[in-house]
Every structure is written in C-alpha cells, then in structure tokens.
Design a protein around this ligand. Structure first.
Ligand SMILES: [Zn+2]
Ligand SMILES: [Zn+2]
Length: 155
C-alpha cells in the first residue's frame, strides 16, 4: 500500500516551524527555546507572564524552571521575537512580536490583558508630538481597570 506523503509547507511540524523562527532570529535551536516558543505560538492567551509559560509547560509534562523561562524570554526579547510589556509592580507580560502596533487594557483584579487600537487616540498622539516638534516613533498606552467578569463577581 502506497503511503501518501505531502511536502506542502503547511504540513511542516510545529517543531520545524519553531526551529526556522529561532534561526531567523539568530538564536541557536535548543530544547527549552523550542518548547517556550511553542507555548507562545499556541497559547489561547496572547499575553503571557513567565509564570503562565511555566504552568503551561508543566501541563505538558515539562518542568523548565522559572529562571530558565525568564532567561529564554529575555533572549527572545533581545532577538525581536517577543515584546515585553511592563504593567507595573514587576508584572512583565510577553507576547509574540507580530509587528502590528496595538495598545493594552489590563484588569488589575485578574490580570487579563486585552488589545485595542483606536484611530482617534493614535492620531491625537502624533499631533501632540508634532505640536512639540517631535515626530512620533513609538508609544505605549496601558489602560488599567477592572474587567467585566471581575465586576460581575464583585456584585
Ligand atoms: Zn478581571
Ligand atoms: Zn498585545
């Protein structure tokens, strides 16, 4: 019986994709890097703390250790694979860098992070910078609040 094999790029395994991503970022392929990249690429949540990554790896039967995870995430950040957001109180959240600008809403009760983009805010910021003689190159906007689910619980 003939085995059907496909060589289409879409059939590349996650591991192959991860290896390509690491090499493209100029990083050597190591087991922890591959596993952590896999978590970032397949997690339901796009914004993860190092602890989130640690827990997801544990669920997959891998005890990578928080120190390793922090180190690898920082290497990813330096290589431009991920963006780190500092939401205060030492709360660092990592997301894959898709190269698209967006701002964030953070729930101070449960830590949920949501993304948004508002054309009026974007435009105003460029105007404010221009009024001061600046050409805006980047900005970060974090809105802190209590999410709908947490507000329901408080009732
Ligand atoms: Zn919440
Ligand atoms: Zn984001």
């Amino acid at each position: 019986m003939a085995k059907v094999t496909t060589n289409a790029p879409s059939s590349a395994t996650d591991s192959q994709v991860g290896q390509t991503d690491l090499r493209r970022a100029g990083l050597k392929v190591t087991h922890p890097r591959l596993r952590i990249l896999h978590v970032l690429e397949h997690s339901e949540k796009r914004h993860l703390t190092a602890e989130d990554v640690y827990r997801q790896l544990l669920q997959q039967g891998e005890d990578a250790g928080l120190t390793t995870i922090y180190r690898v995430l920082t290497q990813f950040e330096t290589a431009g694979l991920v963006v780190r957001h500092n939401f205060g109180e030492g709360r660092s959240v990592f997301e894959l860098d898709k190269g698209e600008h967006h701002d964030h809403l953070l729930c101070v009760a449960c830590g949920q992070v949501e993304e948004f983009i508002d054309d009026v805010i974007e435009k105003r910021q460029r105007e404010v910078a221009a009024e001061k003689g600046y050409e805006m190159t980047d900005h970060y906007l974090h809105i802190y609040g209590i999410c709908a689910a947490c507000r329901d619980k408080q009732k």
